[in-house]
Design a protein around this ligand. Structure first.
Ligand code: GLU
Length: 476
């Protein structure tokens, strides 16, 4: 059975790229009946914090990404890391390096001056184990370096296909610092072996680490996992996604009122395609259709408009009763009191045209309390275009609507009355209806006018339309 892991470093918030990596691991585990391990890579002691770990766990939970083992903490595995380094030393696959920091700095400076790129010159390769033991006993400090084999280090990446490096192009890198702590590549491989990870699914910023890690697997005589490097996420301008492009933390989207299911659906399609043009994928289908082969090798573009669209799809599919608490909270923030009016019909009336809870609450607020301030640009353009006819249409609408008895304040009778009145005045129906929309919503885009009038309610609608006509007349 496959065993996968998500291995975030708790040095910052949960980035959308990290969340997407977690999601792909989770989808693969759920698809294959495998196990998902959560491993917190907290070995960078200066930058790792418990608060970051909490934010990462909360973000994953919010997205509905669950794990079967963990959270395990890499820092707890120090002895195992050191044992693996000892095994490398005993097998002659690694050696102690006594070169001092100053010597290495000088070599780095020379390489930089010659623009050749630094590679360790291998001076301590020939230090025998006996000599090393003596020098250590005498109190000399040493790091441990892997003895890089002169062989091809290649793998069949599940996303990119065959990727190949040559051992002689890589240097004998440090696996253990002189203070006895492991460097990243050693700790990761040591943990992945101990946790019997079969598939390493991670960002393709780790491609360049992979040959080094393969060298460690081989030196330890351990089987290599399948590697799947998922493509980078770019902003709309084609540059690597960063804060310049807007929110990059999962928590920000939570705060913006994005549905976790919408966020998850959106993230899943960043670099993975289920085939065909399916976009809205409920959890079960996402799991069913997921495959590593379906991950694209070219970078994915983070399109905020698409996320909002997707959120709108989830919003309209959610029953009003479920949206009620969030909408009520937002109305409170907007300072709108719904009094005793039931909000569900209003929510149902506007949810198909809202992309976020925020937009939805604003639309509900407008229907409850009228638009705040001036109409939008199209509303103003319509007022200009119609001139004095704008108020005339409103006056005629008020007259005919006032004559409708209370029990006729329903969509069909309202439309019939407005249509008849426009016809008898020789006005185009669109011209007659648009001013109503602009006065009641501040915009030329809304639900059908008759439905809008029902949602606003008889008394408020007549009052606002009358006031709208009066305001236009006073402007002239
Ligand atoms: N901790 C590493 C990171 O945050 C991930 C290591 C891995 O997936 O191999 O990028």
């Amino acid at each position: 059975m496959p065993r996968v892991r998500f291995a975030p470093s708790p040095t910052g918030y949960l980035h959308v790229g990290g969340a997407r990596t977690a999601l792909f691991n989770w989808l693969y585990a759920r698809k294959t009946g495998g196990t998902m391990v959560l491993r917190i890579e907290d070995t960078d002691r200066e930058r790792s914090t418990d608060a970051h770990t909490q934010v990462i766990l909360e973000g994953l939970t919010w997205l509905g990404i669950t794990w079967d083992e963990g959270p395990l903490f890499q820092g707890a595995n120090l002895e195992q890391h050191q044992a693996d380094v000892r095994a490398l030393l005993n097998a002659g696959k690694a050696y102690h390096c006594f070169c001092t920091r100053e010597e290495l700095e000088a070599q780095r400076a020379t390489a930089a001056a010659q623009k050749t790129g630094f590679r360790y010159n291998g001076r301590c390769r020939s230090v025998t184990p006996d000599e090393a033991a003596q020098r250590l006993a005498a109190g000399e400090e040493a790091t441990v370096r892997i003895r890089m084999p002169d062989e091809e280090l290649a793998w069949d990446d599940a996303v990119h296909g065959r990727i190949s490096f040559q051992g002689h192009d890589l240097d004998d890198f440090v696996v253990l610092r002189s203070d006895g702590t492991p460097i990243y590549n050693l700790a990761v491989v040591s943990d992945d072996i101990a946790m019997q990870i079969t598939h390493v699914i991670r960002g393709d910023d780790h491609v360049s680490n992979t040959p080094k890690q393969i060298a460690i697997y081989r030196a330890l005589g351990a089987p290599e996992p399948v590697f799947a490097h998922v493509p980078m996420i770019l902003g709309s301008d084609g540059k690597k996604l960063s804060k310049r492009h807007g929110a990059t933390a999962v928590g920000d989207y939570q705060d913006q009122g994005i549905f976790p299911a919408a966020m998850r659906n959106f993230l899943a399609l960043l670099g993975w395609s289920p085939g065909g043009d399916r976009e809205i994928l409920p959890e079960a289908e996402m799991i069913e259709l997921f495959s590593l082969e379906g991950i694209q090798s070219k970078p994915a573009v983070f399109d905020t408009a698409k996320l909002e669209w997707m959120n709108g799809q989830y919003l309209s599919a959610t029953p009003a009763a479920e949206l009620l608490p969030a909408v009520t909270r937002q109305l409170g923030l907007l300072g709108v009191d719904s009094g005793s009016r039931p909000l569900e019909p209003l929510i149902d009336g506007v949810k198909a045209r809202s992309r976020t809870i925020l937009q939805l609450a604003e639309q509900v607020a407008v229907r409850l309390a009228g638009p705040r301030g001036e109409p939008d640009a199209r509303g103003i353009a319509l007022r200009k275009k119609l001139g004095s006819a704008f108020a005339e249409h409103l006056r005629r609408a008020v007259a005919v609507l006032e004559s409708l008895p209370d029990d006729q304040w329903r969509a069909e009778p309202i439309l019939a009355a407005l249509t008849a009145s426009a016809e008898s005045a020789g006005a185009k129906l669109g011209d007659a209806l648009q001013p109503i929309r602009v006065v009641l919503t501040g915009s030329t885009v809304s639900e059908p006018v008759n439905e809008l009038l029902v949602l606003v309610g008889r008394e408020a609608a007549l009052e606002r339309l009358g006031r709208g006509a009066a305001e236009m007349e006073s402007v002239g």
